[in-house]
Design a protein around this ligand. Structure first.
Ligand code: ATP
Length: 363
């Protein structure tokens, strides 16, 4: 029914989109290409503009400047009714007085399909989201997760080119959310439908997306695969927003090393800044190595401080000997047991050079 990802021309092309509400700029000069079949998440803190961008794509709001093309068609100023998308809202937005089958079939009726076509399509869609036996019920008789599946079926009823998901899982409890996350992704891949999801939940974005658009203050901070965004954050903002991170401040001693509170940290690559330039070095707690460490760059004697049991690892504070540097490290249960790591112990730790991300700090 849908083409799969891979064609070279982007399916959705956003150029120079700005949105102002009076004097306030909610979106600033957004450029973005999305390919057919991709699952793209808009991720960012409250107020960063992700919903505004989704609304501009849907036509529910119109951008102040810039253009949006979908499937080669300029939709910049088309009314909602002439655009080709299905949408799922956080609040389900089902009609409470209509049965589930009539909620799903609503758009098909408006589109003038025959009764038989509608009945067949509705049952197909309800089967697809695992609710074939709920057709005769009303929304209030379904759980939140089931209602959201109905919304999804309704959004897909007219086989739209684009599926828009506006915080679809936020209203659900953690277990339902985790299950539906997998179901939506599986369905999206099966159909190959181009999908954009707005979320402020990094885990949701990392697990579901082909690419993530990280936004802050109306601008795009980074566009990348989940792995790129997690492993190679483009800015301290992204590093902070996606996953947990050590932020280590220091001063360059040369292009490839910095003095961080008395500890010398080396990193891969050469920074084009003068010695003395302040930098922020980012390191994921899970990248700290304590097993089979031998002397080398960024290998330190560390004193073990607080250890918090997190279920599958220990979140541990390590104090680098002979410096004022403290590092947060996630140590596996096996490492802790095998190496006899406990508060007060002294061990050898490596902060791998290729795992450090270095940013020149604002002066
Ligand atoms: P949230 O997760 O809280 O919904 P968001 O990233 O989706 O955040 P938007 O809803 O896109 O944020 O809003 C971006 C900014 O634009 C916010 O500061 C918001 O207050 C402002 N804004 C959004 N809609 C309007 C409006 N109709 N009038 C005035 N300001 C608005």
């Amino acid at each position: 029914m849908y083409a799969t990802a891979g064609s070279d021309d982007p399916y959705l092309v956003i150029r120079g989109v700005t949105k102002r509400f009076g004097p306030f700029t909610a979106l600033q000069d957004i450029d973005l290409d999305i390919h057919k079949g991709e699952f793209v998440s808009f991720l960012g803190p409250s107020g960063c503009g992700k919903t505004t961008l989704l609304r501009a794509i849907s036509g529910l709001d119109v951008q102040t400047t810039g253009s949006i093309c979908q499937g080669g068609r300029d939709i910049s100023s088309l009314p909602v009714s002439q655009r080709d998308f299905g949408i799922v809202f956080q609040s389900y937005a089902l009609f409470p007085n209509l049965k589930i089958k009539d909620n799903v079939g609503y758009g098909l009726v408006s589109a003038g399909k025959s009764r038989k076509e509608i009945a067949d399509r509705v049952m197909y869609l309800l089967g697809m989201v695992g609710l074939a036996d709920q057709a005769e019920k009303y929304p209030s008789q379904l759980s939140g997760g089931q209602q959201q599946r109905v919304s999804l079926a309704r959004a897909l009823a007219l086989s739209p080119g684009l599926l828009l998901l506006d915080e679809p899982l936020s209203a659900l409890d953690a277990r339902v959310r985790a299950r539906l996350r997998g179901e939506i992704r599986e369905l999206q891949q099966r159909l190959g439908i181009t999908t954009i999801m707005v979320t402020h939940d990094q885990e949701e974005a990392l697990t579901m997306s082909d690419r993530i658009v990280v936004m802050s203050k109306g601008r795009i901070e980074q566009i990348g695969t989940p792995d790129e965004v997690y492993r190679r954050p483009a800015s301290p903002f992204v590093a902070d927003f996606v996953g947990r991170m050590n932020f280590i401040s220091g001063k360059l001693v040369d292009g490839g090393a910095a003095d961080c509170k008395g500890a010398m940290l080396r990193f891969v690559g050469e920074l084009p800044y003068a010695p003395g330039t302040p930098v922020t070095i980012c390191l994921r707690p899970e990248d700290v190595v304590v097993r089979e460490v031998s002397a080398g760059s960024n290998v330190f004697d560390v004193d073990v401080g607080v250890m918090e049991f997190m279920g599958n690892h220990f979140s541990t504070t390590l104090h680098v000997q002979g410096s004022n540097l403290n590092i947060s490290a996630d140590l596996s249960m096996n490492d802790v047991r095998d190496l006899g790591i406990k508060p007060g112990a002294r061990v050898l730790a490596s902060l791998p050079t290729d795992r450090l991300r270095v940013f020149a700090s604002a002066a």
